[in-house]
Design a protein. Sequence first.
Length: 76
Amino acid sequence: MTMTRSELENLIIQSFPKAIIDIQDLAGDDNHYSISIKSELFRNKTKLEQHQLVYSALQEKMGTKLHALQIKTISI
């Protein structure tokens, strides 16, 4: 199983509604993505905490529908 770009984007938007999101399909296979998320929700959080928020937004999809995700988080 794979995850489309729009599915990934929708999951992130649900958790980070005012975020600025950029998603790249790295291999063209709907399975390896790079995502950049700019959000106020990252303010005063460590990078580890920011990434944990992103993984939480993905629910159980990471490792099942989504194989690889490169994450860049930016606090605004």
